[in-house]
Design a protein around this ligand. Structure first.
Ligand SMILES: *Cc1c(COP(=O)(O)O)cnc(C)c1O
Length: 373
């Protein structure tokens, strides 16, 4: 029997990942932080964009930072010979040999990890780059300042190559504790006299606190053209491009009479006779169920050039959303729509759904076909 590929005539939904936009955003980061080397953060499968696309679009990075050793393996299997940083280091001692075999740099944030590396020092320890993580006030991972220096000395004596690292809790906010300035003060004090390269800046710091980036920056969200604050207006002048576009089509149109309701719970009530567009995209695709009426959806014009924003009207369901077509009288079955991307910032969809863009791009589900262009 010859097995044949089934042509993909299926639901019209798809995500398109634009590797040109990846290249553009990485170049923007280099312009903003010309002195720093770049760890491109691709945890959560490149924030939902796939490792394939990240590798294709971000090949000019200095290194990839991720969580799962299996993803490091994937990069090596696909001929990435550059640096890889395990952002949370080892989860189990048993991963150590594999991490070394893959040539990974690793974060060390706990005494347990220090002990594993100490006991490994006679093996291949000399060739491992360690990013030692200081808890400078975020209180998630890392050594407190009083433990940090000891951990540094232990690993240094064991022959590892050390770097100083910390992570900002509020680089995207003002008037929050701890501030970037407070965390930097803590960092500078903790590392005083300990010679090593540094790594501090995340996307928000690269955009708004460029005095404190360090030798290695760790941009994530801005690589994907999404705002660290959750508000698109905050990056609208930063010249970043959306990398992911979520596309679909109108699969049906309903003609409502004034006073009729739409969907589960009848949340939307037609204020006049009007048309409702039904789109092949629902929460089982990763579109947020929390999206409120008014969430923007872009509908392409009949001629194909340009389009208009139409608001979500009615509760998002598993496989469909419904939109108010009063602004798009020409829309028909088969009209193309964009759920997010260049026409509709994912930040705006997130904002209308009580979350941030980070969550939506990571949450695209497996049933959505992804095309890398
Ligand atoms: C996720 C992560 C980053 C990237 O943060 P963005 O806000 O996406 O730029 C940087 N550093 C660490 C330690 C992270 O976990």
């Amino acid at each position: 029997m010859v097995s044949m590929a089934i042509p993909s005539i299926n639901r019209p939904i798809s995500a398109v990942i634009d590797t040109k936009a990846f290249r553009h955003n990485l170049n923007r980061i280099r312009e903003l932080a010309p002195e720093s080397k770049v760890w491109s953060v691709i945890k959560a499968k490149g924030y939902g964009h796939t490792l394939e696309a990240a590798l294709q679009g971000l090949g000019a990075t200095d290194g990839f930072a991720l969580l799962d050793i299996a993803d490091a393996q994937w990069l090596r299997d696909h001929d990435w010979n550059g640096r890889i940083l395990l952002l949370e280091g080892l989860f189990h001692q048993a991963e150590l040999e594999r991490a070394v075999a893959l040539g990974c740099d690793m974060v060390v944030h706990s005494e347990k990890q220090v002990a594993w590396l100490e006991s490994y020092a006679n093996h291949a320890g000399h060739s491992i780059n360690i990013f030692l993580k200081l808890n400078s006030g975020m209180n998630r991972l890392g050594f407190r300042p009083e433990q940090y220096r000891n951990a540094f000395h232990v690993l240094h004596s064991a022959g590892y190559r050390l770097h100083h690292m910390t992570h900002f809790a509020n680089a995207d906010q003002v008037d929050r504790y701890p501030s970037v300035g407070e965390q930097v003060d803590c960092f500078e004090q903790a590392i005083q006299g300990l010679e090593a390269a540094t790594s501090l800046g995340n996307s928000a710091a690269i955009l708004w606190h460029r005095n404190y980036l360090g030798d290695w920056i760790r941009p994530g969200i801005m690589l994907y053209g999404v705002s660290p604050t959750g508000v698109f207006a905050d990056i609208v002048r930063s010249d970043l491009q959306a990398v992911m576009t979520l596309n679909s089509e109108i699969i049906d149109i309903q003609h409502l009479k004034k006073g009729e309701h739409v969907g589960y719970g009848g949340r939307f009530e037609a204020p006049e006779d009007m048309k409702i567009g039904v789109i092949a995209c629902g929460y089982a695709d990763g579109y947020p169920r929390q999206a409120s009426d008014g969430t923007p959806v872009w509908v392409q014009s009949a001629g194909g050039d340009g389009g208009v924003i139409c608001p979500v009207a009615g509760q998002v369901s598993m496989d469909m959303i419904t939109i108010d077509l009063r602004g798009a009288p020409q829309a028909m079955i088969g009209s193309k729509v964009e759920l997010w991307g260049n026409e509709v910032p994912v930040d705006d969809v997130a904002h209308m759904s009580g979350t941030i863009g980070y969550e939506l791009i990571c949450a695209l589900t497996a049933r959505v076909p992804v095309a890398v262009t």
